[in-house]
Design a protein around this ligand. Structure first.
Ligand SMILES: NC(=O)c1ccc[n+]([C@@H]2O[C@H](COP(=O)([O-])OP(=O)(O)OC[C@H]3O[C@@H](n4cnc5c(N)ncnc54)[C@H](O)[C@@H]3O)[C@@H](O)[C@H]2O)c1
Length: 363
């Protein structure tokens, strides 16, 4: 098999993730290859910034392959990952007569991907959709695995569905226009895979030469880290599609990360920055519980910082922390569950952490 094609093996809807330089300009051919008939209407959901960069070529190429497609832009930013944007997509779908045979394409980062996925899951009780992620975070994480959602004022991603895409097409070339801060935020998820499952990836990321290549956006190293990350994600998702068990380990660093995003206001910290701090807290708790040695904790924190990501917790009121954590989707039967590292490349799920063990990090 082509080493840049990964199958996400699921019981009834397996799909391919293709990672290829330049693929963004040849989506028509890819759709044809995976059997999308050209009598199907396509609604591409994006935002202005992204569609200005890639939308024109995408439409041109789809036209070449006789697909009829239109672009609809939602507003950019986490504060627009909401029901209002969803309604706008439904309106656009209605206006262009998007029927049950139609297809949506998410062209953008995790926000566009999550909202479009949920729109596709719910429009006419579900139509197919394709992910074309354009941020590092969405390439290595959100475009694969079928978690779709919008935020509720009371919390992040509270309204959503598990709904798998028909295919994912990743073009590392699109990262060349991504602001460096966004790129680095995506590295947090890559580091996460190293800590939870892939020691070799962790060590690859630690190497100075590799870091230079990655931060200079050299194609080969980008394809390597995207490929490794998705392999881990695909493996975990195929074992536990709806997060009844093992899939929760993908949320390493996320419980505390969500607290930070939520209480500091979405936007002050990017998602990847918030989970970097979350991973640091989880690592410290694990060291304190004598689950993993201090030297590993330090290796993790050094790696996070070496990619320009934060590890320092902002000042947050402790009672607010509890409120957010209890509202977290990872709470089961009133018990908070935390993912803590045991080795580099191995984590476990714990529900016996008491408040005092984590609240001190929010002083
Ligand atoms: N579904 C999941 O499993 C999952 C997993 C992790 C994160 N998420 C979600 O993903 C979201 C964050 O996604 P994100 O980090 O991709 O942010 P994002 O979608 O906001 O994109 C970041 C910014 O970069 C711009 N942009 C995107 N691609 C670009 C490109 N190639 N060139 C120039 N600019 C570009 C966007 O317009 C935006 O301003 C959060 O809402 C988070 O909850 C979902």
């Amino acid at each position: 098999m082509n080493k840049n094609k990964i199958i996400v093996p699921l019981s009834n809807n397996s799909y391919e993730v293709t990672i290829k330089q330049g693929i963004i300009n040849n989506i028509g051919e890819e759709l044809k290859r995976i059997g999308v008939k050209n009598n199907r209407k396509i609604l591409i959901v994006s935002n202005k910034e992204i569609s200005n960069l890639f939308g024109g070529e995408l439409l041109k190429n789809l036209k070449k392959y006789k697909y009829s497609a239109e672009i609809f832009n939602i507003k950019a930013g986490e504060s627009y990952k909401n029901l209002a944007s969803l309604r706008e997509i439904y309106n656009a779908a209605f206006d262009i007569g998007l029927d049950r045979n139609a297809l949506m394409i998410a062209l953008g980062g995790g926000i566009v991907g999550d909202v479009t996925g949920f729109a596709a899951a719910t429009w006419l009780r579900g139509i197919e959709y394709i992910q074309i992620p354009t941020t590092l975070l969405s390439m290595v994480d959100s475009s694969v695995g079928g978690k779709t959602a919008v935020n509720h004022p009371k919390g992040k991603n509270l309204i959503g569905a598990f709904y798998q895409p028909k295919a994912v097409f990743i073009d590392p070339e699109t990262l060349k226009t991504l602001p460096p801060r966004e790129f680095k935020a995506g590295m947090a998820e890559v580091i996460k895979y190293g800590v939870i499952k892939d020691k070799a990836l962790f060590e690859y990321l630690e190497n100075d030469k590799n870091r230079d290549k990655i931060l200079n956006l050299e194609n080969e190293s980008l394809i390597k880290i995207i490929n490794n990350s998705i392999k881990t994600k695909a493996h975990i998702v195929s074992e536990d599609e709806k997060e009844n068990g093992i899939r929760a380990i993908l949320n390493y660093g996320h419980s505390f990360g969500h607290v930070i995003e939520n209480l500091c206001g979405y936007g002050e910290y990017l998602h990847g920055e918030a989970i970097s701090i979350g991973m640091k807290i989880a690592g410290d708790i694990s060291t304190e519980k004598k689950l993993w040695p201090k030297k590993h904790s330090l290796r993790q924190d050094n790696l996070i910082e070496s990619y320009g990501l934060p590890t320092k917790t902002p000042k947050i009121k402790k009672n607010e922390v509890i409120k957010i954590l209890m509202g977290d989707k990872k709470v089961r039967d009133g018990k908070m569950r935390f993912i803590l590292p045991k080795k580099i490349g191995e984590v476990d799920i714990f529900n016996d952490i008491n408040e005092s063990q984590f609240l001190k990090y929010f002083d």
